[in-house]
Ligand binder design. Structure first.
Ligand SMILES: C[S@@+](CC[C@H](N)C(=O)[O-])C[C@H]1O[C@@H](n2cnc3c(N)ncnc32)[C@H](O)[C@@H]1O
Length: 280
């Protein structure tokens, strides 16, 4: 580049015209990014049937971040966490059950054939690490998360650590994936509003997962309702961590630590959800 051109570029970079000078480069970066999202969105529109509660896999890097997140929250060696994550991913009995039940279900037109757990693999590893006697999940939908939690509890039972999951949903049709044995043997499915059910809870809760009505108000009411029923070392989880500050504020108010994991879906337009965790 000639001295004259360099001088001109430096002069422009000191003026209000600087953003315009870099415009072609900036435009190319944005266009590359947006084209990727549009490609993924177009492919998803023609290949997926899902209209909410999307399923996808995580990128390999994001999966590794999840392993470290669980390791810190559960105070478990990361090698063990990786082992538990591989355990659920290679559970072909559960995978086949979900595939076949989805194919027979009345809601099959709204569900994809492939089984993809995403952050639920983290829920599984947390149950395997902490061996809770009582897990509560609010929001069941088809029952994918319930099955994952039940599969972890069944492995814990086989190793001498009994536990059950109470799964709550307001929709009477929720949870059809979790109604088959052996998973159903550790699941108590309760239909009704989550707040009313949490208020009436008659057993201590060791692990609580908010995944129902994702408005901040409802999330807050769930954590307040479950608080009197929590065991001393209970772990609180939210599926809403990328949207609200409810759990981090609740953690601070109740003297707990807080950590968040954010999903990075593989080959999907959706930016992902996350796991928020609060614990003592
Ligand atoms: C995001 S889905 C749950 C996803 C599920 N945990 C999973 O792993 O796939 C949210 C569910 O919350 C339920 N829900 C919404 N409001 C509720 C309430 N007030 N009480 C209980 N369940 C509620 C909905 O019926 C819906 O099935």
């Amino acid at each position: 580049m000639t001295d004259r051109k360099t001088r001109l570029r430096r002069a422009v970079s000191r003026t209000a015209l600087a953003p315009l000078a870099a415009l072609p480069k900036r435009l190319a970066r944005v266009a590359r990014h947006d084209a990727k999202v549009i490609r993924q969105s177009a492919r998803w529109l023609v290949t997926s049937r899902e209209h909410h509660n999307y399923t996808y896999d995580l990128t390999p890097l994001n999966r590794e971040h999840l392993a470290w997140f669980v390791s810190i929250v559960a105070e478990a060696p990361v090698a063990d966490v990786r082992g538990w994550m591989a355990e659920i991913e290679s559970d072909t009995v559960l995978r086949t059950h979900i595939e076949q039940t989805t194919a027979r279900s009345a809601r099959r037109g709204l569900a994809d054939k492939q089984v993809r757990y995403a952050r639920r693999v983290g829920w599984y590893a947390l149950v395997r690490a902490r061996k809770p006697r009582h897990v509560v999940e609010t929001g069941v939908d088809k029952g994918l998360g319930t099955c994952v939690l039940a599969a972890a509890l069944l492995r814990n039972v086989a190793e001498g650590h009994p536990g059950r999951v109470t799964s709550l949903d307001i929709n009477p049709e929720a949870g059809y994936l979790a109604k088959a044995e052996p998973w159903a043997s550790v699941v108590d499915l309760v239909i009704g509003d989550s707040i009313a059910t949490l208020n009436a809870m008659d057993r201590p809760v060791d692990m609580f997962l908010h995944d129902s009505d994702h408005s901040a108000g409802h999330e807050q009411r769930e954590f307040s309702a479950v608080e009197p029923h929590l065991s001393e070392r209970a772990l609180l989880l939210t599926d809403n961590v990328t949207i609200t500050t409810v759990l981090l504020k609740h953690a601070e108010k109740t003297g707990r630590r807080f950590l968040a994991f954010r999903e990075q879906p593989k080959e999907h337009w959706y930016p992902g959800d996350g796991i928020g965790a609060a614990w003592r």
